[in-house]
Design a protein around this ligand. Sequence first.
Ligand SMILES: Cc1cc2nc3c(=O)[nH]c(=O)nc-3n(C[C@H](O)[C@H](O)[C@H](O)COP(=O)(O)O)c2cc1C
Length: 179
Amino acid sequence: MIAGRRRPEREDRLVNPSASTVEPDHFRHVLGHFATGVTAVTALDPASNRPVGLTVNSFASVSLRPPLVSFCVGRGSGSWPIMRTADRLCVNILGVEQQAVCERMATARVDRFRGLDWELSPGGAPVLAGVVAWVEGAVEAEHDAGDHVIVVLRVHHLHGRPDGQPLLFLRGRYGRFAH
Ligand SMILES: Cc1cc2nc3c(=O)[nH]c(=O)nc-3n(C[C@H](O)[C@H](O)[C@H](O)COP(=O)(O)O)c2cc1C
């Protein structure tokens, strides 16, 4: 440890908001330099059997054994309280032609699935037509993380299209991978 500098207790760092002075706009701007793909996380509402979903770019691969993936959901999400009750969820990795799907799945007060083709994965979660890959799993854990919840899924089925061109997201803009 550097003399005179005490590393904050773990609890201070996680709970005490005054432990950091980073402005949210600056945080968002700088983190936007990290290029991601874009996914639509979907499930069937167990109460109505209707599909629910939202756009998510915080998706990540976590563990091979057991197979785990993660994504983060905002605490204000209207869909998550429904989706977390489903047996299976599907992370749909969107193709470069699916920017409209991405935008629709992030829009409030619309029927997000209207006009979209989808079918059920082996475990019973909606797989959107035209996605480059999909990953179906069950909620393994939820971890509180500030204004988001980190969701860990245990993967049960997954599939990728070898010719799939993913939609990319960087600094608030959409794009494609140039070979
Ligand atoms: C490119 C993109 C990526 C997004 N990533 C996330 C994310 O990782 N987690 C999240 O909670 N919301 C994310 N959002 C925002 C949600 O999709 C959006 O707030 C949506 O309306 C939430 O719907 P809900 O309230 O029905 O859950 C993203 C939106 C866009 C356009």
